[in-house]
Ligand binder design. Structure first.
Ligand code: NAD
Length: 284
């Protein structure tokens, strides 16, 4: 039997509708500011998506476009200025930044209370505590968790395998899967240096893949009935596809996220959820 499709668009719509209703009730004017340095075709697409999602729920979206040749110090002071602006609810730093700029330094200059992407050390650090509900967390990792939740399956004790150990997906997802003292899954994190990747993926009841290699995970690398969450976004010719060979995987998995229309669709909704969280913390 074919796997059930996890419909990211449907999940995102539900979340955005809830946010819109809450914002109307709060009569809140939230402002999201995106900082972009230079021109980048990929980040142009993100900006367009962020803007339209903000408009959908009634959030004001402002793009601050800075010159490609801006110095690191000037960029830090621009970000700090935005951080001090009372009218701004959250700040996004559009990646990639030019190679001459240390992205980590810029990220760290965003104040914790405006860190809508959940990437500052303080916000990432809160993910370690089982008794603290973080206000914000990396949006893609949150999106992965929403996709898993949408299946209605209990993850308690499940063998979970994460392929990819980035700061915005693999590592935070691992912490999120471990976030409850009693209900956690049992995660293994694989990466480029992992020996026998298939040996791990084959025993995964829950598989999360965030690598950036089209078709890395084949059908014969999956456990029958597994929940498969494909985070990868790869351009092959004029098509976008994930890291999992969808046509093969759908015959083996129990649930699967498509690409596009899976994790990516939910990510922007989680950005808005983070923004609302920042706002509510400020007015509390
Ligand atoms: P990254 O690019 O920072 O790192 C890649 C990871 O894959 C590393 O942990 C590396 O060790 C691992 N890796 C590389 N080759 C491997 C192999 N052969 N076997 C096992 N592991 C291997 O990761 P990222 O920023 O999390 O991005 C991963 C993918 O997710 C990309 O395709 C990116 O476009 C996509 N992405 C999607 C969203 C979304 O919203 N859907 C958001 C962020 C990233």
């Amino acid at each position: 039997m074919n796997a059930k499709i996890i419909d990211g668009n449907k999940i995102a719509e539900k979340i955005k509708q809830k946010i819109k209703t809450e914002l109307e009730k709060l009569k809140a004017k939230l402002v999201l500011v995106a900082v972009q340095v230079g021109e980048n075709p990929a980040s142009k697409v993100y900006v367009k998506n962020q803007k339209s999602s903000c408009e959908e729920v009634g959030v004001i979206y402002n793009l601050v476009q800075l010159a490609e040749n801006i110095s690191e110090d000037s960029l830090i002071s621009e970000v700090k200025k935005l951080g001090q602006n009372e009218k701004i609810t959250g700040i996004i730093l559009q990646m990639p930044l030019p190679p001459s700029i240390n992205s980590r330094k810029i990220q760290m200059s965003i104040p914790e209370e405006k860190d809508v992407e959940g990437v500052t050390p303080a916000n990432l650090g809160k993910l370690l505590y089982s008794d603290v509900q973080p206000v914000v967390a990396p949006c893609t990792a949150l999106s992965v968790m929403e996709c898993i939740k949408s299946t209605g399956e209990n993850i308690k004790g499940k063998e979970a395998v994460i392929v990819g150990h980035s700061e915005i997906v693999g590592k935070p997802v691992m912490l999120m899967l471990l976030s409850s003292l009693l209900e956690s899954a049992t995660p293994t994190v694989c990466h480029i240096a992992t020996k026998d990747l298939a040996g791990h993926t084959k025993r995964a009841e829950l598989l999360i893949v965030a690598v950036g290699q089209a078709g890395l995970i084949k059908g014969n690398m999956l456990k029958e009935g597994a929940i498969v969450i494909d985070v990868g976004i790869n351009r092959v010719g004029n098509k976008i596809c994930g890291d999992v060979d969808f046509d093969e995987a759908i015959k083996v998995a129990g649930y699967i996220t498509p690409v596009p229309g899976g994790v990516g669709a939910v990510t922007t909704a989680m950005l808005l959820k983070n923004l609302l969280g920042l706002y509510k913390t400020r007015i509390a």
